[in-house]
Every structure is written in C-alpha cells, then in structure tokens.
Design a protein around this ligand. Structure first.
Ligand code: CAO
Length: 541
C-alpha cells in the first residue's frame, strides 16, 4: 500500500514554486521530516511528511509550480495500520473535504464549522506591542483558551488565548511583529458540536460556513486518524530559509526572523545565520540589548567568572530587564528612607478566621492583604502627601484625587504590580476577591498593560513567605511603598495587668521618597495603619 502525499492547505493563493527537494527515492523518512520546500512571492514553506515511511517515487522537481492538492510523492508507510476501504488504491493524505465526504445517515451529532478571524483584544491603550512567542503553528488543532501568542509590552507579558476551538488555518503574525488592538492574529476553522436535528443528513455548504455531519463509527476512526495527520503537519512559514538553515537555527537557538537575509528573493543563507550569531556574541560581550535599555545608568565592569568555575550566560527576558532598570532608576533617583512599625493584629486574625466559612462559600481567600488594602486606602485619604508624584523639572507635585493601590505579585516570569482601583470605595470581600483575581491573572500572564497602570501606592507582602522586615524600593513615580513581613506571636507588656500577653504582631516597613514625604509623616502613616489594623471597628466603619 502506498500513500499519495499531496500539497496541503497552506493559506497561500495561487501556485508555489518547488525550491528544494529534501528527500530521495528509496529513502526512509520520519513523520514531520521536511520533504519539499515551496516558495511563493511572500513566503517559504517547508512541507513535512505526515507519517513515517519509504519514498517510492517523487512527482515534482525543483522549479515546478504546484497548487494545493498536487501530488508530491508516493510513500510506503512504515505503519500500515490505517483503516483502508480499498487496499489497492493509493490513499490520499490531504484534504479535509475528502474527510467530510464520509457521511453516514446514522449520524448522532453534527459539527458546525466557520472560518473565524482572531484579533488582538484591547490592550488597555498600549500599541505596537511585540510578539515574543508563537505558541501554535498553522494546521494545528487548537482548543478555546489555548494560548496562541505571547505579547510583551514595557510593563508585562500577556498571552492571547484562542476564543475558538478548531483548526488554525493561517497565522498572521511572526516573532518580533508589533501589534495593536484589532490586528489579525490568525484564522481558525472553528468547530462547534451541534445537537442532532431531523435534518442532520443534509450537508450544506454556505458562504464561509460548512455544516458537516459527523461520520459513522468506522469511518469516524479513519477520519480522525487522517485529521490527526493533518494536525500534525506543522508548517513553519513566514521566514525565508531552507531546511538546513532552519535546522542549524534550531540547534543554535537563533530566531530566524531576526536574521538579515542576503540570498535570492530575501532567502536566509547559512552565511547570514553565521553572521547573525557572530553579531549576537559581540553584542552579548559588550552588554547587548540590555545595555541599550539602561544606557543612562552606570555600568559595572564584570570579571571573567569562568576563571572561578563553570558559568553560562542566560538572557534576561524583557520584564526582568525592565524591572532591573526601574529598580536601579528608583534607587538612584529617589532618596529612600524606611520607617518600621508593628501592628497588633490578634483581633484581626480572630475575625479573619471567623470568616473562613463565609469566605469558602464565596470562594474567596480572605488573607491579611484585604485588610492592608483597606487600611492603606484609608491612610492615603487621611495623609494625602503620600498620594503624589513629583515633577522635579517643573518644581511641582501632582496631587492625586483617586486612590489606586498596586500589589506586588511574585510570578514565575518575574515581579509584576497589578493595580486595584478606587480601593477606598471597596469592602473587604471586594478587595480580597480582586487581589486574588489579579494575582492569578498575573501568574497566568493574562494581565493587560492597563491592569498595571495608574497606581498611587504599592503594597509588597512577603507575609506568606517569612522574614521580619525588609526595605522595599519605591515604585517611582509613586512616593511610598509598604512592605509587609510575616506576623508572629510576641510577648507584649500590658500596663493594666502588669504582665506579658501573647499578641500577633505584623511587621510593617514603609519606604518613602524623602523629597515628597518627611519622616514625621511616615511615622504618622505607619501609626495610623497600626491603629486601623489593631482596631477592626476603625477599619470597617
Ligand atoms: N503574616 C502571616 N501570614 C500571612 C501574611 C502575613 N503578613 N500574609 C499572608 N499570610 C498567609 C495567608 O493568610 C495565607 O495563609 P492561609 O492560607 O492560612 O490564610 C498564606 O500566608 C499565603 O498567602 P498568599 O501569599 O497566598 O496571599 P496574600 O493575599 O497574602 O498575598 C500576593 C498575595 C499576590 C501579594 C502574594 O502571593 C505575593 O505574590 N507576594 C510576593 C510579593 C513580592 O514578591 N514582593 C517583593 C517585591 S520587591 O522584590
């Protein structure tokens, strides 16, 4: 039995030229090995072999112009378990339309398919955001909410999920592209399961919408295995390079979309890749891109660490680089002072524990964070000198009339600070829920730039982790940040009883910009926080 391997659906209009044949007759190939490389005006496509087998004959030669569905080669599969109806007839590995022909009246359910375009959602005003990761490839089956691409702005990385399940027929972006809301990301032939109706035997093809009746059991197995083959065909389009160059780039971890092509029709040659690698090594030795972002900051000359032992250079991602630059900028421009204090949260903790049942029923985790947000919202209202930003050039302060508080969230991709808006207008449950949702979205890389904008003050809680105190760095242009460490029971002397009683004490570390805030105000701020957290009536009323 032989399989007729044909040009798959590539999403390119018109004929493509065969520019490379990667196999020869008699050769054994693995599934996904490149068999030919096709080229159109706009793109180069490697066609992978849909399954392992031996090449029996090749039907194309270099320079041929081929259309979707044209025969490329005959393959004798190594795995001959395919369900065949006519054993002697060549099996065709290609078209979804052929799969659809397997229609049986004994249908149980149907699948509605429609070609949908996925667009970049509202990015909270950010524009020209860079595509840093492509998580899917063309001809791949995707499920709703699967990540399609990852974007990186100045403030965060965010995943763009698929709104549909189905076959990804074309990808409209490539690594390094800059995208804005409304730009096309991909088209998906979405599949929606429809419950059976009396007319399910009808196969109707309308404008862009195919109603497909699902197949009977045996035929379904065949269709599925063929569909799986289709989905395993991943085409690396968009970059103009042959298989050898692509293989080398994969081995070197090089992003071909960044390589300047000098070959014919903008094709990337091996020499181009070598030049690019040399350039990257030179840049890395001189500090590279990370130096560019922080040009104005002093540079520390590094010793040759390899003299002391084995080392490896690891690139910092954009969030890490920006966090590092922001921290250094803040550290160098803001005259920092940190005020330490403690709050007796014994009563607060008892109250919090009492709410456990109610919290569980609302599916909200009520941690000390909600109380801290509430207390800080109140304190910022009472002491508005903490709710400013400084314009040194103009010699002015911006006094903010709103109270938006950022929460530092530790994520696998680095530190991010989503912002809870109008904290002073929200109750404990609302604050706890919003904190939980934002922290989860931060960890899932689902935050939008707008989620991280507009903060007036930041809370950085390491209370769940430990420590007795720390000196957080002000998240400039804010002028203060509250660091919170782990609450501990301590013996506190009580004058009335002349004895020591155990109290749960919460350590507070308030770092502030001494240009905007003076020490007395800082002491007032932490004392007020301590009073509020120590007396729930004051906090909740
Ligand atoms: N003292 C004692 N226990 C505390 C506490 C404190 N100050 N704060 C929180 N806890 C407890 C919580 O109650 C919870 O315990 P239970 O499940 O028994 O109630 C546990 O610690 C874990 O809490 P959490 O960390 O999941 O939740 P949170 O609301 O306190 O904090 C968040 C949420 C997002 C702020 C936190 O998870 C986080 O990422 N913190 C790191 C912030 C950071 O990295 N800061 C440094 C920035 S500068 O480098």
């Amino acid at each position: 039995m032989t399989l007729d391997i044909k040009v798959p659906s590539i999403g390119v209009e018109g004929a493509m030229e065969v520019i490379e044949i990667c196999i020869s007759v008699g050769e054994d190939v693995e599934q996904d090995d490149s068999i030919v490389v096709l080229e159109s005006d706009k793109t180069t496509v490697e066609v992978p072999c849909p399954e392992a087998g031996r090449i029996k004959s090749i039907g194309v030669k270099v320079g041929d112009k081929v259309l979707e569905g044209a025969s490329i080669l005959m393959l004798e599969p190594l795995n001959t378990n395919l369900d065949k109806k006519k054993k002697n007839e060549p099996e065709s590995i290609i078209a979804e339309s052929e799969i659809k022909k397997s229609v049986s009246p004994s249908t149980k359910s149907s699948i509605e398919k429609a070609l949908k375009e996925v667009q970049i959602p509202d990015l909270g005003g950010s524009e020209q955001v860079e595509v840093i990761e492509i998580s899917v490839s063309e001809n791949q089956e995707v499920s709703e909410d699967d990540t399609l691409i990852v974007l990186e702005s100045d403030k965060t990385t965010m995943e763009i999920p698929s709104p549909y399940s189905g076959l990804l027929t074309s990808l409209k972006v490539k690594l390094g592209d800059k995208v804005s809301a409304g730009d096309a990301v991909a088209t998906i032939l979405s599949s929606k399961k429809i419950e059976p109706t009396a007319n399910d035997e009808v196969v109707s093809v309308q404008e862009g919408l195919i109603k497909e009746v699902s197949v009977s059991q045996t035929e379904q197995t065949t269709s599925q295995s063929m569909e799986q083959k289709q989905s395993s065909v991943s085409l690396s389009i968009n970059v103009h390079a042959g298989p050898a160059v692509r293989k080398l780039a994969r081995e070197l971890g090089a992003d071909l979309s960044k390589v300047a092509a000098k070959g014919p029709k903008g094709r990337i040659l091996k020499e181009d890749l070598n030049d690019y690698i040399k350039q990257q090594v030179t840049l890395a030795q001189g500090g590279g891109e990370s130096r560019h972002a922080s040009d104005a900051l002093p540079i520390v000359n590094l010793p040759d660490f390899s003299v002391f032992g084995d080392v490896e250079r690891v690139s910092m991602d954009k969030v890490q680089r920006l966090t590092a630059t922001n921290m250094q900028t803040s550290w160098l421009t803001v005259p920092h002072v940190t005020q330490f204090d403690e709050a007796d949260i014994t009563e607060m903790e008892a109250f919090r524990k009492k709410q456990k049942k109610a919290a569980d029923s609302k599916d909200i985790k009520l941690t000390p964070m909600a109380f801290l947000l509430k207390a800080c919202g109140y304190a910022l209202n009472q002491l508005p000198q903490f709710n400013v930003s400084i314009d040194m050039q103009a010699g002015q302060l911006f006094q903010k009339k709103y109270i938006h508080i950022g929460i530092a969230v530790d994520t696998p991709n680095g530190l991010v600070v989503p912002v809870i808006r109008d904290v002073n207008t929200k109750n404990l449950w609302e604050l706890a829920e919003e904190c939980q949702t934002l922290a989860a979205r931060a960890r899932d890389r689902k935050l939008l730039p707008s989620d991280m904008q507009g903060g007036c003050f930041t809370i950085s809680s390491l209370g769940g982790l430990g420590g007795t105190a720390f000196t957080p760095i002000v998240n400039t242009p804010e002028v203060a940040i509250l660091g919170v460490s782990k609450a501990q029971y301590k013996p506190v002397y009580e004058v009335e009883t002349n004895g020591f009683i155990p109290k749960l004490m919460l350590p507070l570390s308030l770092s502030y910009d001494h240009r905007a805030v003076n020490g007395a105000d800082a002491a007032r701020f932490t004392s007020l926080l301590s009073d509020l957290l120590g007396d729930l009536k004051g906090l909740l009323l």
